[in-house]
Design a protein around this ligand. Sequence first.
Ligand code: RP5
Length: 170
Amino acid sequence: MGPQVGIIMGSDSDLPVMQAAADVLKEFGIEIELTVVSAHRTPLRMVEYASTARDRGLKVIIAGAGGAAHLPGMVASITSLPVIGVPIKSSNSIDGWDSILSILQMPNGIPVATVALNAAKNAGILAATIIGSFDPTTGDKITAYKRDLEAEVLKKVEKLKSGGWSNSFD
Ligand code: RP5
């Protein structure tokens, strides 16, 4: 079938964070492609990547960047695919807020679905959820994933109920 999700990032220094998106998409059995595309250092490559993404069969793009994080917004301005932005607390980021606001505060007309700081795993889950909205196999996996999360929490509730909580933080 070919990759359904494109994971791109401004630098290979973003990879330790962005790896989590690739890992969770692999768990859901979704084929990905992953590469470096820099809005500032390789602007022509960014235009090429974004303008061909849909024709190449991608359904969602996840774009991570830090500091003056223009990659997700610029890619969203070119492609008609949904773009999920991952703000990264990178070496050139002051405190993470620069990355968050650069990705979050998009003008009307060009939305980017922005996840929390360094939250590449959530970006992967959101990408799988978008694919699950038209692919029942993936949709069922998302349902099962959420049931598992619920079961884990309920197990913790039971543990606190039966074992007590007073020594839990010793
Ligand atoms: C951004 O600058 C990248 O997305 C990365 O988060 C940051 C630092 O890049 P390097 O200097 O490590 O290549 O464009």
